[in-house]
Each structure stands twice: as structure tokens, then as C-alpha cells.
Design a binder for this molecule. Structure first.
Ligand code: NAD
Ligand code: WQD
Length: 341
């Protein structure tokens, strides 16, 4: 008989999406074992996770590339499944320092999968990204669309995805949900946990929120001459709470997955940069300074998800609106103007 999943190891659980997902998993009654090396986070989000959702959560400061350290965690904690968030995620940084990205992302995944195999744990939810679609020919994007890595970060995700497919083909007792996130934004509605980028934010929503809170002068819209209705790029922004609930749905669906399933997590609706800026102003209740600048190299004009697979396989859909995303992002930013510091 297949054992029900009770204890889940969450790598990168102190990060933005990981901490929000820990709340969803704790509220659903799971026990959690977090493994994080805190290279892009601290223990504070985990303390706050437990404030929001008291429950069973233990933390190990271990690097996912450290097979011995991971093995010791697996030996002590009998986990039933792993959600693998840990990794590096900044596109520009990956171009500047590709070896570090291959080492952490690909090396970390290899090490984790080896240790899982040794300990007979074959249930995995993996954080992939819509970046694997590169510059998509059409949106909405279905999971069978062509895959292409357009930068080192994207190529690490593609390599890991291919590795997971090879592993599942070699041993179908693996159950793997490979979740391709679109653009995660927003924060837990409590305002206690959220996105805390180091330095200048690369992503649109944290940048807008830092302008709104007075940390940056103005938002520069990267290009107003794209072939879209208002000239700015279109993306599928998804509330991080919806994303967290998508992971919960994936954990629950693992028992029905044999092999590796790729699943888009998005809303299915695209919003332009100007629309996000307007929604952010509604949330903040003030004008947010903005100007239109040149295009950012590598940006696709339009990118949004076909979500039918997630609905079919996970019985999940995103329900939160762009206004919800901005309201929660603003609550987090205004209550924590300098993030967790
Ligand atoms: P994050 O940086 O906030 O969280 C990542 C966590 O992993 C951090 O706590 C960090 O300290 C930890 N970590 C990094 N390297 C580690 C290592 N070698 N060993 C142990 N822990 C390590 O990032 P996030 O936004 O929460 O993203 C989580 C995952 O989702 C990543 O794999 C990312 O590629 C993927 N993803 C993110 C986005 C996004 O826009 N945020 C979109 C698509 C996919
Ligand atoms: C969104 C839109 C910008 C900042 C990235 C990664 C992707 C995934 C999600 C991890 C674009 C515009 C942005 C600014 C702007 N991450 N913009 N001014 O590029 O869609 O995706 O994050 O997997 O891999 O590439 O997200 O938030 O950077 O940009 O006009 O200051 O906002 O041009 O159209 P992106 P983003």
C-alpha cells in the first residue's frame, strides 16, 4: 500500500516562495523539514511562518550540494516527499557567473536526487519556470510548447527538467511534479512574509513597491513599443499564495503521478507593465513615478500560461486578482520597508 505523505522536506524553505508554501503546508497539517543554506535568506521568515501557522517545522542549515549533510537529515527525519525550491534565480547574475548557477542549481539537484534515491524517497515537487519556454511563439503557452534555454539560469532549469524526465523514464516509481511558475508576485496577506530581494530588484513588482515606499526614484518601463495593445510587455503574474496552494495540490496529486509531469502554474491571464503600474497605484493610493525607457535585452513581448493541465491534474486554479497581488505586496512592503532587516 502507498504510504500517505505526512512529512515533507522543503529545500529553500526560508526563501520567498518556499516560506509562503511552508505556511500552506503547515495549515494543511503536514510536518515540515526545511533545508536551507540561507545564502539568499535568513531564519526570520521561518520564525514568522510559525507565527502565522503554528505547527511542526524543523530547520537544518545545509547546502543542497552537500550529499553528506543531506544524507544526515534524511537519516534522522523520515520524510515522504520533497519540494525543491533551493537555487539561484537571477537571470543577469547567471549570465555574469554561469558556473555558480550550474554548480548550485544543477549540482544541487543531482545531489538531492542521489540522496533521495538512497533513502527511497521518490516523491518530488520541483520549482521549474516559464523561462524554459524562452521567447514563446504563441500564448497561452501549453506544456508541450518548444523548450529553449535563453540564458544560463534558464538552461539550468532545462537541464534539471531533462534529468528528471530521464530519471522517471529509468525508474517509473518516481512521482515528480515539475511546476513551471509564471511570474510570482504578492505576499502572504498578513504582511509578515514576502519577497526581500538583495540590492536593486530585478523583477517588476518589488521594484514598483520600492519606488512606492520611497527607496527608489521611479519605475522605468522597459520598452513601450512592443507589439502589444499598450506597447508594454505582457506577463502572467500569479499571487504567491495561489502558487503555494498549487504546491499543496501537487503534493496531494503525487499519488496519481507515475513518472514526471510538467505543469504550468499561472493564472492564464496576461497583464501589461502599464496595467501592473496602475494596479499598484490603486493599492498604494498614490501616484508612483514612472517613465518609459528602452527595451531590456532578452524580454519576450508576451508570455502567459495555458492552465488547463493544472486544473485537470491538480484540480487547482489561481483565484487572486492583480489588485489582490498589489494590495498584498504593498502591505508587506509598507510594513517592512527594508524587508527582513
Ligand atoms: P529565493 O531566493 O527567495 O529562495 C531560494 C532559497 O534557497 C533561499 O532561502 C536560499 O537561501 C536557498 N538556497 C539557495 N541556494 C541554496 C543551496 N545551495 N542550498 C540550500 N539552500 C539554498 O527564491 P524564490 O523566489 O523563492 O524561488 C524559489 C525557486 O523557484 C527557485 O528554484 C527559483 O528558480 C524558482 N522560480 C522562482 C521564480 C520567481 O520569480 N521568484 C519564478 C520561477 C521559478
Ligand atoms: C516583468 C516585466 C520587464 C522591471 C523573470 C525571469 C523568469 C522568472 C520570473 C524565475 C517585463 C518589465 C521589469 C523593471 C520593467 N524567474 N520590467 N521595469 O522577466 O518576465 O521573468 O522573473 O524563474 O525566469 O526572467 O519578470 O519581473 O523581471 O519583468 O518594465 O524595472 O516587467 O520588461 O516585461 P520576467 P520581471
Amino acid at each position: 500500500m502507498v504510504q500517505p505523505i505526512q512529512k515533507i522536506l522543503v529545500t529553500g524553505g526560508a526563501g520567498y516562495i518556499g516560506s509562503t508554501t511552508c505556511v500552506a503546508l503547515l495549515e494543511a497539517g503536514f510536518s515540515i523539514v526545511v533545508v536551507d543554506n540561507f545564502s539568499n535568506s535568513s531564519r526570520t521568515p521561518l520564525d514568522r511562518v510559525l507565527e502565522i501557522a503554528p505547527g511542526s517545522l524543523v530547520t537544518y542549515e545545509v547546502d543542497v550540494r552537500d550529499t553528506q549533510g543531506l544524507g544526515e537529515v534524511f537519516a534522522v527525519e523520515s520524510v515522504d516527499a520533497v519540494v525543491h525550491f533551493a537555487g539561484l534565480k537571477a537571470v543577469g547574475e547567471s549570465v555574469a557567473n554561469p558556473l555558480n548557477y550550474y554548480d548550485v542549481n544543477v549540482g544541487g539537484a543531482v545531489a538531492l536526487l542521489q540522496v533521495m534515491q538512497e533513502h527511497d524517497v521518490r516523491n518530488l515537487v520541483f520549482s521549474s519556470s516559464a523561462t524554459v519556454y524562452g521567447d514563446p511563439e504563441v500564448s497561452p503557452i501549453v506544456e508541450s510548447a518548444p523548450l529553449v534555454g535563453t540564458n544560463p539560469y534558464g538552461r539550468t532549469k532545462l537541464i534539471i527538467e531533462n534529468m528528471l524526465r530521464d530519471l522517471a523514464a529509468a525508474d517509473p516509481s518516481w512521482s515528480i511534479a515539475c511546476l513551471r511558475y509564471f511570474n510570482p508576485v504578492g505576499a502572504h496577506p498578513s504582511g509578515r512574509i514576502g519577497e526581500d530581494p538583495l540590492g536593486v530588484p530585478n523583477n517588476l513588482m518589488p521594484f514598483i513597491m520600492q519606488v512606492a515606499v520611497g527607496r527608489r526614484k521611479d519605475l522605468v518601463v522597459f520598452g513601450g513599443d512592443y507589439p502589444t495593445p499598450d506597447g508594454s510587455c505582457i506577463r502572467d503574474y500569479i499571487h504567491v499564495m495561489d502558487l503555494a496552494l498549487g504546491h499543496l495540490a501537487a503534493i496531494r496529486a503525487l499519488g496519481d503521478i507515475s513518472g514526471c509531469e510538467e505543469i504550468n502554474l499561472g493564472t492564464g491571464t496576461g497583464s501589461s507593465v502599464f496595467e501592473v503600474h496602475e494596479a499598484a497605484q490603486r493599492a498604494v493610493g498614490e501616484t508612483i513615478p514612472m517613465r518609459v525607457g528602452g527595451r531590456r535585452p532578452g524580454d519576450a513581448a508576451s508570455c502567459f500560461a495555458d492552465t488547463s493541465r493544472a486544473m485537470r491534474l491538480l484540480d487547482w486554479r489561481a483565484t487572486r486578482t492583480l489588485d489582490d497581488m498589489c494590495a498584498d505586496a504593498w502591505r508587506w512592503q509598507s510594513q517592512n520597508p527594508t524587508g527582513y532587516q
